[in-house]
Design a protein around this ligand. Structure first.
Ligand SMILES: O=P(O)(O)OC[C@H]1O[C@](O)(CO)[C@@H](O)[C@@H]1O
Length: 538
């Protein structure tokens, strides 16, 4: 592999004066050749500096890393999460007719049974046969954090046009403002609280769950009857007092950030119904089938991963932006931040050695067109290129507002064109001359109006943001993370990097109420003292 990395570096070095537009001149079919589709999803990666040589080397890299063998190992239930000795089988949650054996046992009967229980509960809640102590459930509050919040929250917003169940709310932050603002205005007698936590020990979630239970107990005689638990620690859910009929469990082979497909997605199922939720699963399963069957050169997850590797590890661009031109994908960037950065933000390889190459990039983003009026200035004219990943649906859900959708789409395509094309000094000078400027002032003003261009982007085009398409998109990004992780040689499925801060928070807490805390550094002790002083000032 080292040899391929070296050749990739040389290939990039040889591109010093290359402009993406030159690649289109050299190959009139580039727009079609560097555009790959699967099951209605179109991935355009032509507006990048990946030329034929780079593409072939990147594909060699995927092959040399053993992506296909590792992929097959994942789907077959091998314990590829080696630092936690766990299988990685979230894909089983979306392929209900499949069969997967783990330690000699078929895991699917339990998965199907849990799905059926979820669907029955969702049906009962939606038709009112399961009700709160004040009548039909009107509001559902999902309490969770990280993967127990970001996935369902993102999906519930994305599927708003399909939402015909109770209102859904999401509380994640331990900041009391989050739960206070959410519960204010809700009726405890018609509210269902979902405690979503894989471990059922996460301090933020358990603190919020207890606060919600106290809130409920102020109004109803049996608060626990309006609580549901989603967890892989089923024993802990009974300690909390939730009846086993409203506990939906899952196994440790479902990672937190990969868990929206199972019980953690219950809030989404309550909102849109079991049929639409099944379509979401079907979209994920269709992407799984594509990933397993398509050759590397035709595989959307592989190509998305390889553009990521090219931009970050080869070109050295430190971040990438995810820019959905779809307001309902508002939480997709936040969701992908956890998916990508918690999975691939690591400095040690699977075998315990230091990673010899940069791990995953910083991921960030915001829906267009809002981002255009905020940070696109930097994307167009800042000194560091930001590879942009545009996402666009051909159809919206508001036929009466079609002109909005056309404008939205025009902006999306215009941005990727502008990023690639740029505007040179000569053109900028002409613009300034047309405004009547001359001499040094013309030069000065023109320079500010130059766009360097040659900035890479990809575009994912979907027919419409349906439950099926959302499932495809999420599974696509999950597998992209997997492929990048295999190429980098790290374990995408653990998250040891979140532990130290959690441990120290428990030790800092007494310091804030006046404890000695000699174990802490001078700055932390000083800040804690200032915090106490400010807190107790009148
Ligand atoms: O579902 P749990 O166990 O409450 O964990 C929540 C989140 O905390 C983490 O473990 C670390 O922040 C995430 O991986 C996970 O999604």
């Amino acid at each position: 592999m080292n040899d391929i990395w070296t050749r990739l570096a040389s290939c990039r070095a040889a591109q010093e004066d290359l402009r993406i537009s030159d690649l289109f001149d050299a190959n009139p079919a580039r727009a079609e050749v560097f555009c790959t589709s699967a099951d209605g999803l179109v991935f355009d990666w032509s507006k990048t500096t990946i030329d034929d040589t780079a593409r072939d080397l990147l594909l060699d890299l995927a092959e040399a890393a053993g992506v296909e063998a590792r992929r097959d190992a994942m789907f077959s239930g091998a314990r590829i999460n080696e630092t936690e000795n766990r299988a990685v089988l979230h894909t089983a949650l979306r392929n209900l007719s499949g069969s997967v054996t783990l330690d000699g046992q078929d895991v699917m009967p339990k998965v199907r049974e849990t799905f059926d229980r979820m669907a029955a509960f969702a049906g009962a809640l939606r038709d009112g046969s399961y009700a709160g102590q004040g009548g039909k459930i009107t509001d559902v509050v999902n309490i969770g954090i990280g993967g127990s919040d970001l996935g369902p929250y993102m999906a519930a917003l994305a599927l708003a046009p399909y939402h015909d169940g109770p209102r859904t709310h999401f509380v994640s932050n331990v900041d009391g403002a989050d739960i206070a603002d959410t519960l204010r205005g809700l009726n405890p007698e018609t509210t269902l609280v979902i405690v979503a936590s894989k471990t059922f020990t996460t301090i933020e979630t358990m603190t919020n769950a207890r606060t919600a239970r106290d809130w409920m107990a102020g109004s109803v005689t049996d608060p626990a009857a309006q609580f549901v638990a989603l967890s892989s620690a089923v024993d802990k859910t009974s300690e909390f007092g939730i009846d086993s009929s409203r506990v939906f469990g899952f196994e440790d082979w479902v990672g937190g950030r990969y868990s929206v497909w199972g019980p953690i997605g219950l809030s989404v199922m309550l909102a849109v119904g079991a049929d639409d939720f099944s379509d979401f699963l079907a979209g994920g399963a269709a992407m799984d089938a594509h990933f397993r069957q398509a050759p590397l050169a035709q595989s959307l997850p592989v190509l998305l991963a390889l553009t990521g590797i090219w931009h970050h590890q080869v070109c050295g661009y430190p971040t990438r932006a995810v820019l959905p031109y779809d307001n309902r994908l508002l939480r997709l960037p936040a969701y992908l931040q956890q998916l990508e950065m918690e999975s691939n933000g690591k400095r040690v390889a699977m075998d315990g050695s230091d990673l010899e190459i940069d791990s995953g990039p910083v991921v960030w983003g915001e829906p267009g067109t809002n981002g255009q009026h905020a940070f696109y200035q930097l994307i167009h004219q800042g000194t560091t290129p930001v590879p942009c990943e545009f996402i666009l649906a051909a159809r919206g859900h508001e036929p009466e507002l079609e002109h909005h959708h056309i404008l939205l789409a025009a902006n999306c395509l215009a941005q990727s064109e502008a990023l690639m094309r740029g505007r040179d000094l000569e053109e900028a000078r002409k613009l300034m001359a047309a405004k009547g400027l001359t001499g040094a002032e013309l030069d000065r003003q023109a320079r500010h109006r130059v766009f360097p261009g040659n900035r890479p982007s990809t575009t994912l085009l979907i027919p419409q943001l349906t439950p099926f398409a959302l499932g495809q998109i999420i599974a696509l990004y999950e597998h992209r993370v997997f492929v990048e992780g295999v190429i980098l040689g790290l374990n995408s499925y653990d998250q040891w990097g979140v532990e130290l801060g959690k441990e120290l928070a428990l030790q800092v807490e007494p310091l804030l109420s006046g404890g000695m805390g000699d174990d802490h550094d001078p700055s932390t002790r000083h800040l804690a003292r200032l915090f106490r002083e400010l807190r107790y000032q009148a």
